[in-house]
Design a protein around this ligand. Structure first.
Ligand SMILES: [Zn+2]
Ligand SMILES: [Zn+2]
Length: 342
């Protein structure tokens, strides 16, 4: 049996390099890919954090934000061919459960959580159903393809806020997710994008990507600054990309303003100012997976309309994976792409 190297999740705080059988196509609708690699997600950082802030399953091939190149296709696959560059929906829905049939694929009851609870992309080869594969142009850089999954989640969630040209926005947190929202808000025509971020490296990156003001919440009064920047009204919308600052958002938006909770931490239980929420009739949305947005994301990535090359700040080989996790945990980075070098 042919084997390949893989990064295996072993338990809280632990991974190992192990050999696994090379997967083969067993269904005519499947596609076999050579993995280019996988971006590091905040969820990955939470999985390896102590205490652990997101669960995972020991023994799986780790990494969910992966992409690759087609090496082989099943007999029913006519629209993909060897050599095609592919971004992947790792949470591809089953299509037949009650939630899928209700048009809520992100709530699919049978969704495989590739790279978190099922085998993912930090390995050499992957076999995946064709409907979760989205082709990008041949010249697209692999490290930019790695942002497809989180960018789909962000883009899909942002549509709920119904942003218009000339709007004002506040983004809490300028980690990779916050940076993607800044880029999307800018592309949507926001005239002010005020970002709150304690790490100087990330404030600078936020300004490069399109934030109009970067606030250090440890030393500056964010609410006062947002009021000053918005004629005393508050921002039209706020995006929470930290996981613990939902309450702050209530004070940052105008009456009837919109808040999007996107920061994800399974242990976070923020207290909430109920009175301000209801008196200002604030609308609160949650956002998570990219739903039907993957097709659009493939086009966004290949088109170059977002400054993704500035959001992806590091490419680290998979043989130095610990370095990638440590850098992500240090927060002195934007998005990190882990490139397969085995
Ligand atoms: Zn992710
Ligand atoms: Zn389903």
């Amino acid at each position: 049996m042919k084997t390949m190297k893989a990064i295996i999740y072993k338990g809280p705080g632990e991974f190992a390099y192990e050999d696994r059988p090379v997967p083969e196509i067993t269904d005519p609708n499947e596609v076999k890919l050579k993995s280019y690699g996988c971006a590091v997600c905040g969820t990955d950082v939470n999985i390896f954090a102590t205490p652990q802030r997101h669960p995972s399953k020991p023994g799986i091939i780790f990494g969910h934000e992966f992409c690759g190149e087609v090496t082989e296709v099943g007999s029913n696959v006519t629209d993909l061919k060897p050599g095609d560059k592919i971004v992947i929906d790792p949470h591809g829905p089953c299509g037949y459960c009650a939630n899928c049939l209700a048009g809520l694929p992100e709530a699919c009851e049978n969704v495989p959580a590739r790279g978190v609870f099922d085998d993912g992309g930090l390995t050499e080869y992957i076999v995946i159903p064709k409907q979760f594969c989205y082709k990008v142009a041949p010249e697209t850089k692999p490290e930019l393809m790695g942002v497809a999954e989180p960018l789909a989640g962000c883009g899909c969630a942002l549509e709920k806020l119904n942003v218009h040209v000339g709007d004002t926005a506040c983004v809490l947190g300028a980690g990779p997710i916050g940076l993607m929202f800044i880029a999307l808000l800018k592309a949507n025509g926001c005239r002010k994008i005020i970002v709150s971020e304690p790490i100087e490296y990330r404030r600078n990156l936020a300004l490069q990507i399109g934030a109009t003001r970067a606030v250090n919440p440890d030393t500056e009064d964010l609410v006062a600054i947002v009021k000053e920047e918005t004629d005393g009204l508050g921002a039209d919308c706020a995006v929470e990309a930290v996981a613990s600052m939902m309450a702050d958002c209530v004070y940052l938006v105008r009456p009837h303003g919109k808040i999007l909770q996107f920061g994800h931490d399974e242990l976070s239980r923020p207290e909430f100012p109920v009175a301000e929420l209801l008196k200002n009739e604030i609308e609160v949305y949650g956002g998570y997976l990219g739903k039907y947005y993957m097709r659009k994301v493939a086009k966004i990535i290949e088109s170059g309309i977002l400054p993704l090359d500035q959001i992806v700040t590091h490419v680290i080989p998979a043989t130095r994976y610990q370095e990638a996790l440590d850098l992500a945990a240090s927060r002195q980075c934007g998005k990190i792409f882990v490139a397969i070098d085995f």
